[in-house]
Design a protein around this ligand. Sequence first.
Ligand SMILES: Nc1ncnc2c1ncn2[C@@H]1O[C@H](COP(=O)(O)OP(=O)(O)O)[C@@H](O)[C@H]1O
Ligand SMILES: [Mg+2]
Length: 410
Amino acid sequence: MTEPACRAAFVGEIVQIYIDLEPRARRFARRQANRRDIEESLPNRYGKKSEFHHVHKTIDMLIDIAGSILKQYNLGSVDHLEPLVGGLINDSFVVSAARGRFVLQRLHPIFSADVHEDIAAMTAVIAREGLIVPRLILTKRGRLCWIDHDRHVWRLMSYIAGRSLSTIPDENVAFAAGRLVGRFHRALSMVWYRFRFSRPNAHQLDWHRSNLEQALTEGQASSWIGRVSGLWEQMKPELPRLPSTGHLRRRICHGDLKLSNILFNERSEAIALVDLDTMGWMPIAHELGDAWRSWCNRAGEDTTAIEFDLGIFRAALTGYVGEMRCQLAKLEILSLATSMNSIAFELAIRFLADTLVDRYFAWDPSRFASRAEHNWVRANSQFRLYQEITRSQREIEKIVDGVSRDLLFR
Ligand SMILES: Nc1ncnc2c1ncn2[C@@H]1O[C@H](COP(=O)(O)OP(=O)(O)O)[C@@H](O)[C@H]1O
Ligand SMILES: [Mg+2]
């Protein structure tokens, strides 16, 4: 069963929450609506009420947003509120109000409110360079975000008209996305900034490795222990082949360039990068290795069938290097040839650790029986991707060489 969607409309002071089940079941909640009223009106034949967990959570949030969160902002009358699908970590909503359209987000607790200082500073620079970015909207009290009574952090941002894609349809789109990332890096290349918020140990292989080893100790009683240790034994001999990145220049990067964080217009031109919570200093090998290993694998992360597409890699690299040009040091360019398999390997380690001890990754209960099962599939998928990319290493090097020769050393 697909999960029904919820949205809310405002009629004067009244909030009506609609649940997209079917026309007859479309309803309802008034301003003081409580969750039970709504639950009871859900038709029983849609199964156990527990299956509506997602709907219940969304209803609670819509009521909360209408009742208190939006009151923190000066938006004029609010007409419409709707969950934004496609995000992976935060809870996102589109708000239509007299003062325009906005995106409202409740942050995942891994991020602290301090991250907004960074976002405000970085988006000011990026916008000055002519790029479109979501800008934070201040609360009535002039704050960058709002912390509610449950310590949840909320923020409101300008809405960018665009759509995100689930896979890269062709090389033109890969080129456009690569070029936008190049413009983004270039816009920040002359800036020095000390980030208030950072994710310690992101992309530190040794740290992820010791985390996995700890999970293997803690998870002795898990029914997954045999499978996880088996795959780890298979992976370990690869460790010495992974390149070090300690010598590479750090740049201010986006930090999470999965495709859902890029907005495209109707002509499939990449127009904006969103989801700026992970910005920080890192080598471009980490930033682009992570982006490209996911853009190039058309099969996605939830299957062990790998469809690694080198044409997408060439196009994205060409778009990126064409924008960055002489900004790039030779060592940085060379590092791109081994960047994708390093990140795929690192992710395999992280998914393996989460198969035993649930720490971080969200999972999809509509497709997998348990959190562990989803993470197990993802660990296998990333290790196979690592193997596939490693097999194509020669060709990847040739592409990096060809593109950099054409664009840089002409
Ligand atoms: N300012 C914005 N304007 C339009 N759409 C946005 C904006 N910010 C986010 N989105 C959309 O909402 C989705 C989820 O937001 P995102 O910030 O990426 O959250 P998450 O951390 O959950 O992935 C994005 O993939 C994008 O499609
Ligand atoms: Mg996102």
